[in-house]
Design a protein around this ligand. Structure first.
Ligand code: SAM
Length: 277
C-alpha cells in the first residue's frame, strides 16, 4: 500500500486526532490483512508478518481458521440462537465474511456495530456500512480499553434491553494484563441482558508453545501493540460467570466445524462461545 485509503462515508464518525496512520511500525490490523492476502499493509507490517511466519509457519492457516470460526459462530447465533444484535470489537480491515454479511444472510434485520481503533480500519469503514435496509450497521472508532465509550456509542444502534452478541475475535491477545482484560470483558457483559452471548478467540501460548513464544518475541520487537498469548485456562477464565456452550474453549477449528476440511485445519488460537443466563 502506498497511499492511505480514502476516508469513509456513511455514519462512521470522523477519526479526530486520536491516532494518525503510522506506516513505519507494524499494526495488528495491517499485519492480519497481510496474512489474509490483503493489500492494505505497509513494508513494516509485512516485515513483522514475515518474522512471525519464520517463527510459526502455521500463522496463515491459523488466521484463516479464525475467520472461519467467526463466520460459523455468527451463523449459529443468527440461525439457531435467534440473535439479532452484534457488537464486533476489533473488527479488522474488512475481509471475506464480515459479521453483518453473515448475520444478514440469515436474517436481514440483524444490527451490527463494528469497533476498532486503527485508522486504516476506520478508512475502510464504508465497506462495513452496507447494511440491508431492514437491519443496520455502524462503526465506532474506539478503544477496547475504554469499554464505557464503546457501550455508549453502540447504544445509538443496539437496544441493550435485548440480547447482544459481544464479539472479541482475535483481539484479547492485544490486551496486556496491565490493561485488565478480565475487567474489560466483565464490564461489557454486565451491560447486556440475559440471553446475550460472548464470542471470544485469542492466540494461545500453550499450543505449539515454543514456536508461539518465539513468534510473540519477534512480533513485539516490531509492532505497535504488544501481544500477550494466553493458556487454555487463562482464556477459559475470560468466560467466568457465563455458560460455555459445547464444545467449550477449543482450538478455533474444533468449534462446531461444518466440514472435515474445517476440522482438519490447524491453528494456535483458543475460541469459545458462552451464554449469559
Ligand atoms: C488480529 S485483528 C482481528 C480482526 C478480526 N476480528 C478477525 O478476527 O479477523 C485485531 C484487530 O483488533 C484491533 N485492536 C487491537 N487492539 C485494539 C483496541 N485496544 N481497541 C480497539 N481495537 C483494537 C486491531 O486494530 C485489529 O484490527
Amino acid at each position: 500500500m502506498t497511499e492511505p485509503p480514502a476516508g469513509p462515508t456513511g455514519t462512521a464518525p470522523p477519526a479526530g486526532d486520536r491516532q494518525a496512520i503510522d506506516s513505519t511500525v507494524a499494526h495488528s490490523a495491517r499485519v492480519h490483512d497481510y496474512w489474509l492476502g490483503g493489500k492494505d499493509n505497509y513494508a513494516a507490517d509485512r516485515a513483522a508478518g514475515d518474522a512471525v511466519i519464520a517463527a510459526y509457519p502455521g500463522i496463515v492457516a491459523s488466521v484463516r481458521a479464525n475467520r472461519a470460526f467467526l463466520a460459523r459462530v455468527v451463523r449459529f447465533l443468527a440461525a439457531e440462537a435467534g440473535i439479532r444484535q452484534f457488537l464486533d470489537i476489533g473488527t479488522g480491515i474488512p475481509a471475506a465474511n464480515n459479521t453483518h454479511e453473515v448475520a444478514q444472510s440469515v436474517a436481514k434485520d440483524c444490527r451490527v456495530v463494528y469497533v476498532d481503533y486503527d485508522p486504516v480500519v476506520l478508512a475502510h469503514a464504508r465497506a462495513l456500512l452496507t447494511s440491508s435496509p431492514e437491519g443496520a450497521t455502524d462503526y465506532l472508532d474506539a478503544d477496547l480499553r475504554d469499554p464505557g465509550t464503546i457501550l455508549a456509542g453502540a447504544a445509538r444502534t443496539l437496544d441493550f434491553s435485548r440480547p447482544v452478541a459481544v464479539m472479541l475475535i482475535a483481539i484479547m491477545h492485544l490486551i496486556v494484563d496491565a490493561d485488565d482484560p478480565y475487567g474489560i470483558v466483565a464490564t461489557l457483559l454486565a451491560a447486556v441482558p440475559p440471553g446475550s452471548y460472548l464470542v471470544l478467540s485469542q492466540v494461545a501460548s500453550d499450543i505449539q508453545a515454543e514456536q508461539m513464544a518465539e513468534a510473540a518475541k519477534r512480533y513485539n520487537r516490531l509492532a505497535h501493540e504488544t501481544q500477550r498469548h494466553r493458556t487454555h485456562d487463562e482464556v477459559a477464565r475470560l468466560f467466568d460467570g457465563l455458560d460455555l456452550l459445547d464444545p467449550g474453549v477449543v482450538p478455533v477449528q474444533k468449534w462446531r466445524p461444518r466440514t472435515p476440511a474445517e476440522s482438519r485445519a490447524r491453528s494456535a488460537m483458543w475460541g469459545g462461545v458462552a451464554l449469559k443466563s
